[in-house]
Design a protein around this ligand. Structure first.
Ligand code: SAH
Ligand code: DHB
Ligand code: MG
Length: 223
């Protein structure tokens, strides 16, 4: 078994379980065309986020790391008519592409893109006394995952679900001495989770079109 098989398997499963989606395909094509890195979630992962949001009955979603808005669209489509999604992005070029993709998806009235370092935007959301989010997707710079996790907890309520992307990195996370600050960020996050009684968590290792990685799924306990 190899990466080619994983990618072919993703394509096969998508051909069975997904319907052709011009809006999502255009969002991906325009992101690539604008020179954005090809690091969005895969269609299967996007649909998982969408299904989790629907299962959760999420009315307020927070996304940390927008890129071209591909995962944003999957998540925002799970919202009811009065639902809202706030997504945080550092790079103005990414935010501009995302805004166009979200608008084409007819989701502009539900999605707010906030530009700037996510840690600052999260602080501001706290200061604004923003209502707690029902689902939070952490997918920005990996070195700051511990910061985003702690700030996300403050913007949560009992029952909030969190998904943290890229927490396996081909197994690189096992290397305690790694010089990669993303690896160290994930390790520190795992230590925080281990010591955090307010959440229940698990991590799934995944293979697919993006190779070998994984995501953490957390639930803020209802005490
Ligand atoms: N969630 C997207 C992919 C996000 S890629 C999807 O699946 O479609 C990670 C994004 O985080 C990039 O757009 C990058 O510019 C952004 N980012 C990196 N550092 C950041 C920071 N400090 N604050 C906010 N966003 C950041
Ligand atoms: C990277 C970031 C991601 O969010 C991802 O899913 C894959 C790779 C990266 O920064 O390399
Ligand atoms: Mg990611």
């Amino acid at each position: 078994m190899n990466e080619k098989t994983w990618a072919e398997m993703d394509a096969y499963l998508e051909s069975k379980m997904h319907t052709a989606d011009a809006v999502l395909e255009a969002a991906r094509a325009d992101s690539t065309g604008a020179g954005l890195p090809e690091i969005s979630v895969t269609p299967s992962q996007g649909k998982l986020l969408h299904l989790l949001a629907r299962m959760r009955g999420a009315k307020r979603i927070l996304e940390i790391g927008t890129l071209g808005g591909y995962s944003t669209i999957w998540l925002a489509r799970a919202l009811p008519a009065d639902g809202r999604l706030v997504t945080l992005e550092l790079d103005p070029k990414h935010a501009k592409v995302a805004q166009a993709n979200v608008t084409r998806a007819k989701l502009a009235d539900k999605v707010e893109i906030r530009l700037g370092p996510a840690a600052e935007s999260l602080k501001r959301l706290g200061a604004e006394k923003a209502a707690a989010f029902d689902l939070i997707f952490i997918d920005a710079d990996k070195a700051n995952i511990p910061v985003y996790f702690e700030q996300s907890l403050k913007l949560s309520h009992p029952g909030t679900a969190m998904v943290v992307d890229n927490v396996i990195r081909k197994g690189a996370i096992l290397d305690a001495a790694s010089a990669d600050d993303g690896v160290q960020g994930v390790r520190r996050f795992n230590d925080l989770v281990a010591a955090e009684p307010r959440v229940s968590a698990t991590t799934l290792q995944t293979v697919g079109a993006k190779g070998y990685d994984g995501f953490a799924l957390l639930l803020v306990n209802r005490v």
